[in-house]
Design a binder for this molecule. Structure first.
Ligand SMILES: [Zn+2]
Length: 346
């Protein structure tokens, strides 16, 4: 239970309703304020509950478009069970065009949340303790953010538990992207602080994506978000129709890129403007130049070269070019035609 967040609509009632999560807030201008996060619920009879979440990071827009469109178009008669949609979790960040909230908070590091914390903490606590427990599946639609550009993909973190891994694998395939990236736990991050980490801990079927990046949404990546969301909802059994695979849609079989190697992540070594030399999805050899850091104040200074530290495929490249040492500029993984061929441990 949350004593600081409530819903203006009854999430258990039949039919479609739109309203707000009402979060207790107190600002210098308004001591007894509420912070309101739009929420849409569509319920029709018996079936699974699917939670559709976008805008976890403010500058990732494809999911926000797809979730908002779903919220506009979905009718109660389309649904078997319940779909709950929050088109933008981090509204203040989205309005500012930034990854983080204006308070500096990365919403995707606030889980499991705190009902007596900041607004972002209260919202995370409500998701953890109210919305996740009532859901069978959780969709967390990301798209890279300003600093990075991913091969538009659905992805997963390699789970040690084989049953859990198979479940995540099936969800990953549902989005029908050309590539699927397999990541290790994020370096320097407590996995329990992530939205997806908390949903997974609660045993929910999890759908996660990175549908592009660099703080922009293209027509193609937005369409991918909408199509993938529909197919994932069909796979969840909450709307009519059989899910279709890429092959059934006449598309090429997907490529799986394993990002778990110790040399997958490449970081900037200097301050400057980073130029991508190798495109997304392209093969590289160890030692090949993948990027250049230009020191723009001194044109006589040669650009610093960034070299591939392993053979593989560029799964993530730099988005926003301004870098300082430690910024990730590329992630290179090994491509596979099937996850069965991937090593258990790296
Ligand atoms: Zn994100």
């Amino acid at each position: 239970m949350s004593s600081t967040v409530s819903s203006s609509i009854d999430l258990n009632a039949e039919g479609k309703a739109t309203g707000y999560l009402i979060i207790g807030d107190s600002t210098n201008n308004s001591g007894w304020a509420t912070f309101n996060v739009p929420i849409i619920k569509v319920k029709n009879g018996v079936g699974p509950t699917v939670l559709v979440l976008a805008g976890n990071h403010g500058d990732e827009y494809e999911g926000q478009f797809a979730a908002a469109t779903l919220a506009h178009e979905l009718k109660a008669s389309d649904v078997h069970g319940r779909i709950i949609i929050i088109p933008c979790l981090s509204q203040e960040a989205s309005k500012a065009g930034t990854r983080h909230w204006p308070t500096g908070v990365n919403f995707n590091r606030t889980f499991p949340g705190n009902e007596n914390g900041a607004v972002s903490d209260k919202l995370a606590h409500y998701l953890t303790n109210e919305l996740f427990p009532m859901s069978d599946a959780v969709m967390d639609i990301h798209s890279g953010g300003r600093g990075m550009y991913f091969i538009p993909c659905s992805h997963m973190v390699w789970a040690k538990d084989k049953k859990q891994r198979a479940k995540m694998f099936a969800s990953m395939l549902a989005w029908n992207t050309s590539h699927h990236l397999i990541f290790p736990e994020q370096p320097g991050t407590n996995p329990a602080s992530l939205l997806a980490g908390e949903a997974e801990r609660q045993g929910k079927t999890l759908f996660t994506t990175e549908l592009g990046g660099a703080g922009v949404a293209t027509f193609e990546t937005t369409q991918l978000a909408k199509d993938g969301l529909q197919n994932a909802l069909r796979m969840s059994g909450v709307i009519d129709g059989a899910p279709k695979s890429r092959v059934e849609l006449g598309l090429s079989a997907p490529i799986f890129v394993d990002m778990r190697g110790p040399h997958a992540y490449h970081s900037a070594t200097h301050t400057g403007l980073y130029e991508n030399i190798i495109g997304l999805g392209k093969a590289v050899k160890k030692g090949e130049v993948i990027g250049l850091i230009h020191e723009m104040d001194h044109p006589d200074t040669p650009a610093v070269k960034i070299f591939a530290e392993q053979d593989g495929v560029v799964g993530v490249m730099r988005g926003f070019p301004r870098v300082t040492p430690g910024d990730v500029v590329a992630v290179i993984g090994k491509p596979y035609a099937s996850t069965d061929a991937m090593p258990e441990n790296i």
